[in-house]
Design a protein around this ligand. Structure first.
Ligand SMILES: C[S@@+](CC[C@H](N)C(=O)[O-])C[C@H]1O[C@@H](n2cnc3c(N)ncnc32)[C@H](O)[C@@H]1O
Length: 298
């Protein structure tokens, strides 16, 4: 089975503007698609890759230029320093889950197959999605579905879950799907369940918080003219990245100097972002929500 097909591969690696002797970081190694492409372009340079999922070990290349760290990218700076690296010439993040994580029957990332409600990217993490569904109160659950799934009926979803869990704990994908099936709009069921599952996954893995932590640290590890290259898969994370690249903060509030000039740590390379073309989508439908953003440190 294919581990992963990298999205926007050439556009993103070209966007890194690789120097053959430079030091680069891939904070989301996964199947190693982006990493392998970076390695091809290095001669004396180095690539440090992060991933919190142990399963990616299968994909680690034997290459003296490559260092793998089985760490969460929220600890980017400390881990680089621990390995004697204070600054880098480019960073790539290809966010979200890999095909492997999504398709593994026992990991519970998708409503398409029954499995325990897990959704942890790091299998030694303490909190699975079943735990959130069991312990959070109704309004916290509603917040998750509203914030991370952009579901307008988030309160009703939370209410159905709380009612169902009184009768029987929700421990499997089918338990959850059955609990909320009454709310799934006709002929839009898949879209609805996909959003519910996405919301839970983002909460379980603290995806937005950790993305922000990593981006903040990138400011102090990227050299001048180093590129920050990020591929996002939903509007919430895209907004975080877009605002950060534009202003250096997550609210997107421009700071001006004494003369009224906008102060920003980055020069934006592709203002609107880059999305996959028809050719890519013909071979990789799952890349359809990908958006690539590239910025250069000033
Ligand atoms: C979309 S996949 C990356 C695919 C990769 N670019 C490729 O070409 O195969 C995302 C990967 O990032 C990892 N990941 C997500 N969030 C992470 C985090 N906070 N720290 C470390 N790894 C993370 C996931 O475990 C997953 O393997």
């Amino acid at each position: 089975m294919i581990y992963h097909i990298p999205a926007l591969l050439h556009e993103s690696i070209d966007g890194l503007n690789i120097r053959p002797d430079g030091i680069y970081v891939d904070v989301t190694f996964g199947g190693g698609g982006h990493s392998m492409e970076i390695l091809k372009r290095l001669t004396t340079g180095k690539l440090i890759a992060f991933d919190q999922d142990d399963d990616v070990r299968l994909n680690i290349p034997v290459d003296k230029k490559f260092i793998f760290l089985d760490q969460n990218f929220r600890f980017l700076k400390n881990n680089l320093q621990f390995n004697g690296i204070n600054s880098v010439d480019g960073l790539i993040a290809d966010l979200g889950v890999s095909f492997h994580q999504f398709d593994e029957p026992d990991r519970g990332f998708t409503f398409r197959q029954d499995a325990p409600l897990d959704m942890r990217m790091n299998k030694s993490g303490k909190v699975a999605s079943s735990h959130l569904l069991k312990t959070l109160d109704e309004s916290s659950l509603a917040d998750i579905f509203y914030k991370y799934g952009e579901l307008t009926n988030s309160r009703r979803i939370a209410k159905e879950i709380v009612a169902a869990r009184i009768v029987k704990p929700l421990v499997s994908v089918s338990d959850l799907v059955n609990a909320i099936s009454r709310l799934a709009p006709k002929r839009q069921e898949h879209k609805f369940y996909a959003k519910v599952f996405q919301a839970l996954r983002i909460a379980v893995n603290h995806e937005i918080e950790y993305l922000k932590e990593m981006l903040e640290q990138s400011l102090s590890v990227l050299n001048k003219e180093a590129r920050l290259v990020v591929i996002t898969y939903h509007s919430l994370e895209d907004r975080v990245v877009k605002n950060f690249m534009k202003t250096g903060n997550f609210e997107g509030v421009e700071k001006k100097d004494f003369y009224g000039n906008v102060e920003t740590p980055f020069r934006i390379i592709n203002k609107k972002g880059t999305t996959p073309g028809d050719e890519e989508l013909a071979i990789n439908k799952r890349a359809r929500s990908a958006r690539l953003r590239i910025a250069e440190k000033i």
